[in-house]
Design a protein around this ligand. Sequence first.
Ligand SMILES: [Zn+2]
Length: 281
Amino acid sequence: MKYLGTYYYANIVQGVIENSFDYLSNLENMFSDSEILDYARPFTKKSNLHSFIEFIIDSLFWEESSKLSISRCRDRSNLDFDNPTYITPLEQVLSEYKMGIVSFMQWWKISATDQVLEDGLFEDYYNYLFSLSNYYKVVESLSEDVFYIIFLNRKLLQEFNELFSSYLQSCQDSEDAKEYIMDNGLQEVIRSDFKLHRVNIPMWVKRAVYFRDRGICVNCGRDLSGYLSLENVENFDHIVPLNLFGFNDVTNIQLLCRDCNSKKSGNRSEPITMYQSWYEK
Ligand SMILES: [Zn+2]
């Protein structure tokens, strides 16, 4: 966890989740055709949220490559061929994650013999960065850091999982989706009504959720540390129920006591936004 610009990117991902309607055309690329069904595989360590964050961050960098322009550079004096100090935003991220790259200014000196700086150069430079084998590793690392922050926010996790389940539900009447399930051997994961099968929750998921929720029922605050066994499946609740097209994903699980869990039983509930203080005042 590096915390380098992490909040900035977490904020963007939060914006996309909360205002997904505004980003639908972008998101179609992730959910086009039947690709949402690929996220139905239960409890992969690379969670659905990881994939989503990577997708957003990668799209953001690609978008940036066409938006950078000389006229918009805040400090144009940095774009001095003989005294180069200008650093592109992506370049900054890559160097923060210790990836060795040719800087934009070096790159400009190598590739532009007539010293003329044109907007297209930014795109060419970004294409060079995208082609580097470590580029996706940096996107992965940055996404892992963003995941760390968002995983603590159950309200956002609920909104994220509701977004995913709406796409899963929309596959219901699609013949293509049915074919996709057959072709990709997903019958054991997805039922014929397009809801997901209930599966055992792996120990690593239970541990992650137990420690995130600090051993208390997130709804009523009951301390479960005294008598909770991690084996006790009833306490691990799907935030968006399987019945409502929820996913078997670590981001869709929360800790509830037995009473709260049986009251909720398969229904949608409002996001639970109670968090325990780190220490008593
Ligand atoms: Zn409770």
